[in-house]
Design a protein around this ligand. Sequence first.
Ligand code: NDP
Length: 282
Amino acid sequence: MTEPTASPSYVVIGNPIAHSKSPQIHALFAAQFAGNPALAGFCYDRLLAPVDGFAASVAQFAASGGRGANVTVPFKEDAFRLANLLTARAQAAGAVNTLQLQADDSWLGDNTDGAGLVADVLRHVEIRGRRILLLGAGGAARGVILPLLAQQPASLTLANRTLSRASQLVEHFQANTTILLQACEYGAIAGQFDLIINATSASLGGERLPISNSVFAPGALAYDMMYGKDETPFLAQAREAGVVLRVDGLGMLVGQAAEAFHLWTELRPDVEPVLVWMREQL
Ligand code: NDP
């Protein structure tokens, strides 16, 4: 891979951005295809944009030869508005985390977060026919609903602290699926689930969710979108409830990057060695 230059062809745009691991992830992907002509000139760096200057930063990036970008906090909605064309999953997510410059200089907006989550879950368990409990109704939850439904689960229950946000998502997505969708508050979750996904930011504040241990069916997978060096509060909660299969969101992070890399290069990197490397860096 080419070392970052003054004019990288791909960037991750955010504010702040110094902490982003995306350049390392994409460098490792690119190294898997050394010498491949599809990667001629591939170069990936960080781009700090002013909080009120996303569109101007993207325009400047394109003018300097930029071809694609990952978009992170706080710009995913800005990128959604900026994109001239949206993939179905970006449209459903209401947010864009990947931009690709088109031949006519317009931007295609995609959202690869949900595909990253699904790919990571599928490394551990099937989703088809399973009962899913999605905890949270913010941007991350919304972004994974369409890709999860595409796997044909038996049902999808959305639980959120603020019930109205979960209800709005159910209303929005139920219109286009026959899969049973339900919304509830944490205290009103009924039944057991095979796949329980934490898409809240409660773990960031070290908080546990007020859900019963009985929501975890025997053999269930507990998945926390958050990740870190230490066990997350949600995964600790699942362990104490007797859940054996517990996975954090590092694989989702690498998976969404792999989807973006594929969009840009049409190459499918092996996420496994990159995930191992990332785990060592935590
Ligand atoms: P949002 O701010 O859009 O949504 C936050 C959600 O968390 C809401 O549902 C909110 O509930 C809920 N919440 C916040 N605090 C609490 C609490 N103390 N108790 C219960 N519920 C709470 O955030 P995002 O959706 O963007 O992100 C959510 C998480 O997903 C973050 O931890 C983020 O790091 C992670 N993430 C991981 C990715 C990965 O690649 N691994 C990719 C994207 C996100 P309410 O509606 O009631 O306020």
